[in-house]
Design a protein around this ligand. Structure first.
Ligand code: HEM
Ligand SMILES: *[C@@H]1O[C@H](CO)[C@@H](O)[C@H](O)[C@H]1NC(C)=O
Ligand SMILES: *[C@@H]1O[C@H](CO)[C@@H](O)[C@H](O)[C@H]1NC(C)=O
Ligand SMILES: *[C@@H]1O[C@H](CO)[C@@H](O)[C@H](O)[C@H]1NC(C)=O
Ligand SMILES: CC(=O)N[C@H]1CO[C@H](CO)[C@@H](O)[C@@H]1O
Length: 262
């Protein structure tokens, strides 16, 4: 949620806005399928509004919740300076234009990050968030069953892993999910980098980190049980991402309810 908010119109809580009869919000774009937990933000906002109405933005609450969620599962901790204001615009088209899909190659990933002021190292570091969580099978089954339209699988994927994923994910399954870092998908650690090194990155975007000298070197350097600098690096890159195009002063507003523009 933190990533999807900050990459689309900056960290302004625009991911939280609900669609209306006249507006397809970011939430309604295909990349939204991975984003859950809106109720958690709405509940935090309601509690804060009761104590201190009209002061704390949804944008700040979202980033604080993400930081605390990661810390709760023994991940790194980073500073979240507050004072961001909430955006008044949220469109599905902006989400589609700014969020790279799981099928993205290394050049479009680097370009997407560069357009937000983030480096190749930030790309390699922030991708490490895939140490937690799951994906719908449908997001990556093309890599297993029909990668180039010849009934083949993605040659960059470890063949043993393809077999394992095929037993879990049948073609056209719309319900099943797979762990991105199997065995430790609820623990924030550096094992993502071992997974990618073993050519078991679940998305093409994960595998693609091996196709660039800088991102590949970073992946290899962290591919141990306690990646030597991953936590420190992650905190730093999150602080950078959390500063993308923020609204201050008289820009934006402090929303009353995170799902609705005032
Ligand atoms: C580098 C570009 C990225 C791409 C292409 C990408 C792509 C994806 C995809 C395709 C999914 C699964 C969606 C589904 O369920 O089908 C996913 C899940 C996830 N991504 Fe990323 N992602 C990227 C960067 C990030 C970043 C920067 C973060 C956070 C800092 C992040 C955090 C997550 C998390 C936590 C999940 C799991 C969600 C869940 O378990 O419900 N991703 N990502
Ligand atoms: C906003 O939309 C979501 C999903 O479409 C829905 O679950 C939620 O109840 C809506 N929130 C409000 C406050 O109407
Ligand atoms: C990477 O993907 C982009 C967008 O789909 C495409 O235009 C470009 O040709 C691809 N680059 C390479 C090297 O495959
Ligand atoms: C694989 O893709 C090709 C080309 O898009 C298509 O003609 C074929 O029917 C697909 N095969 C399967 C099993 O989906
Ligand atoms: C909550 C929400 O708006 N979900 C939408 C996510 O995107 C898919 C595909 O575009 C829609 O069908 C969902 O309604």
């Amino acid at each position: 949620m933190n990533f999807h908010d900050c990459f689309v119109k900056g960290c302004d809580g625009s991911i939280l806005i609900n669609s209306t009869s006249s507006n397809q919000a970011e939430k309604s774009a295909p990349p939204n399928l991975s984003v859950i937990g809106f109720g958690v933000i709405d509940a935090a906002k309601a509690a804060v509004e009761q104590m201190c109405p009209g002061v704390v933005s949804c944008a700040d609450i979202l980033l604080l919740a993400a930081r605390d969620a990661v810390a709760t599962i023994r991940g790194p901790y980073w500073k979240v300076p507050t004072g961001r204001r909430d955006g008044r615009v949220s469109t599905a088209a902006d989400a589609l234009a700014n969020l790279p899909p799981g099928s993205a190659n290394i050049s479009s990933l680097k370009a997407a990050f560069a357009s937000k002021g983030l480096s190749s190292i930030d790309l390699a570091v922030l991708s490490g968030a895939h140490t937690i969580g799951v994906s719908f099978c449908s997001t990556f089954t093309n890599r297993l069953y029909n990668f180039t339209g010849k009934g083949d699988s993605d040659p960059t994927l470890d063949t043993e892993y393809v077999t394992r994923l095929k037993s879990k994910c049948k073609p056209n399954d719309a319900v099943q999910t797979a762990e991105m870092d199997p065995g430790s998908f609820k623990t924030f650690d550096s094992s993502y980098y071992s997974v990618v090194t073993k050519r078991r990155g679940l998305f093409e975007s994960d595998s693609a980190l091996l196709n660039d000298a800088v991102t590949k070197a970073y992946v290899k350097s962290q591919a141990t049980k306690r990646g030597p600098t991953f936590f420190k690096d992650f905190a730093k890159s999150m602080e950078k991402m959390n500063a993308i195009e923020i609204l201050t002063g008289n820009n934006g507003e402090i929303r009353k309810h995170c799902a609705f523009i005032n």
